[in-house]
Write a protein that binds this ligand. Structure first.
Ligand code: AMP
Length: 190
């Protein structure tokens, strides 16, 4: 199995690079943001619970997020690998992910952190707003999401650094070149 985490601020290019990694390494994509948006669209109980948070760019509480993730892992036993996109976003989530992987007799093998400056992220998110029309891409909400990233999510990086799994990749430039650098990092641990 090959289990990856793709990490970075909102707008870093996690979705774009995930799509390419899925195709190359035959991975099952788990994006907690996509899962929440699906629940909200389908107006499930979970969707009703999390809408307030996601609409405002605030992290959904760990217990809700972790329970949802565990459910998805249980539904996908037997896949050749996972790519986690937008998860973990807190150290508690990272610890629980390690626990779940261990229970399945596997582990997180590499964490790819896309390095993109705050200015670049703001420019990209403003552009994405015009294209995707996501309800959390308004300026005030973008500010909240960026705040959440630098205040809570960044702390996950030292956690993985301590495990020797962190691969920082420059996320600015040509998509294919960035992908090549990511693949080199992954292939070095495979
Ligand atoms: P994303 O598409 O990954 O930017 O996620 C959109 C929104 O979903 C975030 O702003 C959070 O409100 C929520 N969300 C997604 N993943 C997580 C997570 N791992 N922990 C907490 N909240 C999350």
């Amino acid at each position: 199995m090959l289990n990856l985490v793709i990490f970075g601020p909102p707008g870093a290019g996690k979705g774009t690079q995930s799509d390419k990694l899925i195709a190359k390494y035959n991975l099952h994509h788990i994006s907690t943001g996509d899962l929440f948006r699906k629940h909200i669209k389908e107006q499930t109980d979970l969707g009703k619970k999390v809408k307030e948070y996601t609409d405002n760019g605030i992290l959904v509480p760990d217990e809700i997020t972790i329970a949802m993730l565990k459910g998805v892992l249980d539904e996908n036993k037997g896949v050749t690998g996972f790519i986690f996109d937008g998860f973990p976003r807190t150290v508690t989530q990272a610890e629980m992910l390690d626990k779940f992987m261990k229970e399945q007799g596997t582990a997180i093998h590499a964490v790819v952190a896309l390095d993109v400056s705050e200015d670049e992220v703001r420019t990209r998110l403003a552009k994405r707003k015009e294209i995707e029309n996501r309800s959390d891409d308004e300026e005030e909400k973008i500010n909240k999401r960026i705040f959440e990233y630098y205040n809570k999510t960044m702390h996950v990086l030292p956690y993985y650094h301590g495990q020797g799994k962190l691969h920082k990749i420059n996320g600015i430039g040509d998509v294919e070149a960035i992908f090549g650098n990511i693949c080199s990092a992954i292939d070095s641990v495979k």
